[in-house]
Write a protein that binds this ligand. Structure first.
Ligand SMILES: [Zn+2]
Length: 516
């Protein structure tokens, strides 16, 4: 049995913690775990402090959370009896947690840079977001770029209009209701970012410095159908620009949809119509979805929500298959087609594949961006064969059209790996909030331990205790690991245990204080 070590508090020992980590991260079934612990002697031999999954969860729950879940409900004046539940956390807390994490301290970038391939500064390189043009354009102070991401499968499940209400509404009304729910929910969730984006908020970084940080929404990452929802654009048009549904196959550039333009159309519809149906018709005539009265992205400083590109690149109808598998399938399919279809089809297919592979480069420069442009031009040159063969009547397909926006996106926001929807996908489970919070706590404790146990932090620890400020009270776990590093550097090990015990006793939740 391992000796109790305060470093692992609220867990009894290293082994006690490792078993928790295994049970949570591997998703071990509750009953199976209880049966394991019920085997006589297992708990005693391993020195585990919990006797079943419930008490294991209680121990995890006692770790301070980075933010509290809040709940509210939305209802609409025509059906006030129908309440839609909304569970969310304050995005400012998320920003504080991410920037304040010492494990990220050396990787956080607050200011943009322009990078070139050599000292002549003739070829610019694009990779991380800070290398793109957009950040340079908004920069004036310390900026925390906020990315909003959502997943359609989960979003429609959680934001959908419930069955009872659906029976009372027409199909059109139900779809409008979903649009309003989406925008009005995001209005509530993102509200704290408005003021913070204008006046800034003091944030303690993982390096211990307090900075005045301005959180600015940079872009929205979503699957294709959701982009329409977010941008309030009519389904089947382009959510980024004003290309009409019958212009999507054209090569020319169209003017961007802007916040002010969309708002002006909605306001115009509000003033000039007196029924929901007329309002909807007025908006739809200008390629704007007709169900939204209040757009979630209004009134954000500097923000004209930008859309990132989806990961699936137009290979649709493949359900659960990830972007990577789809890419590989496409490559294999090309081989199967050779000799069986006209040369132009192969050319069109090939140029599309080239474009997709190039679009996934982790770094681009002007030359590789030209390759992408060339692949796109080749595709447009050969695409007519699809119509000539009678496969389709037209090529006004939003996903094909969206390829035109890739180059601009890479120049503005860096390469596509910065805004790939797969990065943001989470699995859904029953009792999602508790499950999610526990997983987050386990991973944050893991990162705290990693910091605490690393020896290589000498330079870092010295910088902490230079002329810079260290905030102990707000983030006890982080403060603990900063201090541990310093103690190790100064070789005063005897002091460590007492200090940890003291800091543990200062944790905000009285239930989380235990015997050491
Ligand atoms: Zn477009």
């Amino acid at each position: 049995m391992e000796e109790e070590d305060p470093l692992f508090y609220p867990f009894a020992s290293h082994l006690d913690w490792k078993v928790v980590c295994w049970a949570v991260q591997e998703g071990i079934g509750h009953k199976a775990f209880d049966r394991l612990l019920a085997i006589p002697g297992v708990r005693e031999h391993l020195g585990l402090q919990y006797h079943n999954i419930r008490s294991l969860h209680q121990t995890i729950d006692s770790i301070p959370a980075w933010a509290k879940w809040q709940s509210t409900h939305l209802s609409f004046h025509d059906k006030p009896q129908h309440k839609h539940e909304l569970h969310y956390r304050n995005p400012l807390d998320a920003i504080q947690a991410l920037l304040g994490n010492p494990a990220h301290a050396r990787d956080i970038v607050y200011k943009p840079s322009t990078i070139f391939s050599d000292s002549t500064h003739s070829t610019r390189i694009y990779n991380e977001m800070w290398s793109g043009r957009w950040w340079h354009a908004v920069q004036g102070a310390y900026v925390a770029l906020v990315i909003i991401a959502s997943n359609k499968t989960q979003l429609t499940r959680y934001l959908s209009v419930d069955k009872v209400l659906k029976e009372e509404l027409s199909v059109k009304e139900a779809s409008s209701r979903t649009q309003r729910l989406f925008h009005e929910s995001l209005c509530i969730i993102l509200e704290p970012l408005k003021e913070a984006g204008r006046t800034g908020v003091e944030i303690t970084g993982g390096d211990g410095l307090v900075r005045l940080v301005f959180p600015i929404i940079a872009y929205y990452v979503a699957d294709y159908p959701e982009q329409f929802l977010a941008m309030c654009s009519k389904y089947g048009t382009c959510p980024k620009c004003k290309a009409r549904a019958d212009q999507l196959a054209e090569v020319q550039q169209f003017a961007h949809r802007t916040q002010s333009w969309t708002t002006s159309v909605i306001n115009e519809a509000n003033t000039n119509t007196n029924s929901n149906a007329a309002f909807c018709q007025h908006c739809m005539a200008q390629d704007i979805a007709g169900g939204v009265f209040e757009l979630f992205w209004l009134d954000f400083p500097l923000c004209n929500i930008h859309l990132a590109i989806t990961s699936d690149n137009g290979w649709s109808g493949m359900g659960q298959i990830g972007g990577k598998e789809r890419k590989h399938m496409a490559r294999v399919l090309l081989g199967c087609l050779i000799g069986k279809v006209p040369g132009d089809v192969i050319q069109a297919y090939c140029s599309l594949l080239d474009f997709i592979y190039l679009a996934h480069y982790p770094t681009h420069d002007d030359t590789t961006l030209q390759y992408m442009q060339k692949a796109l031009e080749d595709f447009h040159q050969h695409k007519e064969v699809i119509i000539n063969l009678g496969v389709r009547e037209d090529l006004d397909i939003p996903k094909f059209h969206s390829l035109q926006h890739y180059l601009e996106n890479i120049k503005n926001f860096g390469t596509t790996d910065n805004y790939n929807i797969e990065m943001f996908e989470r699995n859904e489970k029953p009792q999602m909030i508790a499950w999610l919070t526990r997983r987050e706590k386990v991973s944050s404790f893991q990162s705290y331990l990693k910091m605490s146990m690393e020896d290589e932090e000498e330079e870092f620890a010295h910088s902490m205790f230079g002329d810079q400020r260290l905030l102990l009270t707000k983030r006890p776990h982080q403060a603990r690991c900063h201090i541990l590093n310093v103690i190790q550097d100064h070789n005063c090990q005897g002091f460590k245990k007492d200090l940890i015990s003291y800091l543990n006793s200062q944790l905000p939740d009285p239930h989380s204080r235990g015997q050491l």
